[in-house]
Design a protein around this ligand. Sequence first.
Ligand code: ZN
Length: 487
Amino acid sequence: MIGFFANMEKFYISTAIAYVNAPPHIGHALEFTQADAIARYFRKMGRDVFFLTGTDEHGMKIQQTAREKGIAPIELADENAGKIRALCDKLQMSYDHFIRTSEEYHKKGVQKIWEKIDEAGKFYEKEYEGLYCIGCEAFVLEKDLVDGLCPNHQKPPEKLKEKNYFFKLSDYSDAIREKIKSGELKILPESKKKEFLSFMEDGLSDVSFSRPKKTLEWGVLVPGDPDQVMYVWCDALSNYITGVGYGGNEENLKYWPADVHLIGKDIMRFHCGIWIGMLMAAGLELPKAIYIHGFITSEGKKMSKSLGNVVDPMEVLEKWGVDALRYYLLREIPTADDGDFSRERFEIIYREELANTIGNLVRRVAAMVQKYFDGKVPEGNSEVGGQCDEECEKFRNGMESFNIKVAIEAALRLAQNANAYVEQNKPWELAKNHPERLSVVMGNLVFICRELAEMLEPIIPETSAKIKKSIGGDQVQVGEPLFPSIE
Ligand SMILES: [Zn+2]
């Protein structure tokens, strides 16, 4: 094994939990697919993997939207959590557990964490007065308003005065900085580590952790104070540990601490600051790494309803199939950076890489083994072994450093080289008067296709299974085209 996760038996990876105020979008599909490819890869490498995903279901926004629709908050949560889970399943996410924060075991675990932080003396009460934007679910500052309106929601904030419990996050600024600088807590990629350290240069501020029940009903009650409900932080962030059983059935708690939380850049500060401070206060082990992925735009622009460029992942899945979408997201959007969803680019990648380079190679090789050897795979030699090893190593390096795009490029190169090998050796000519050479060349091509299937398994599992079915055994079968042309 190579890379920075070497020598660890278990491997626990989580995605952020999706907020159920709306159905899922392509950004969810990106994060799900990245996490799934990594989980599948480590599972394949023999690790004991635990992969957690789920939904964040409480909060004012859900409460309000449900009220407007005349339904109970749980009904709205059920509806959208169902859609998010359906997307996960369509994308063939291999999660071990799907957590919903409205579930009882989660609420119990959250209350236990709250109590631990409270026992450590890290909560205090404070009257808070300020301007509150319901859209943001947060207090906003006068200076950030544009013409008296919240710039994100174009709505005037409300004046609110209320009692909150505050978490003394400021007490942990130095400790958090130390863990990050020493690398004990990895913030990846490196640019994000720098960004976070510079953000917290002057220390972290205390954070409001609860709201009065009369404002926020839809949430977890604060232990020992029935008039207060937990605000998003303690409730949502704790899912990473309640999801493996903290405070309840502890069978899976052996997976804690998480090896990596995969999250979007918009929630970096909460994860690297608040969540780490909470764990320290509660006396719990810290995650080993937080990996911050980029965002996805649509046709070069930020997705928005008004621009009409919102990409519905379900629509893409229906039309092109699961592996086309998985491949595009993982191949086209570097894990550490932003990337774009472009219909034109999608079609090019589908046609050139999936259908022509990978699909045709496998079908062509299977058909030639069928034709020249009655489907019985001949013996190859070692002439392509070096090249295979080289690309496999690049693939592994890519996956283990989460550069999935780099890993896929290695697999793609292997397929391209195999196609070139066919052109150089021209099996159809060898078949005329060089039967021995033909045997070796076809044996080598089958070997490459099998290696390719292994590399593609965490990326496009369905296609990998089809390749193995076609060419994995002693007797090849010419299957259907892997990526048929689609109008
Ligand atoms: Zn707002």
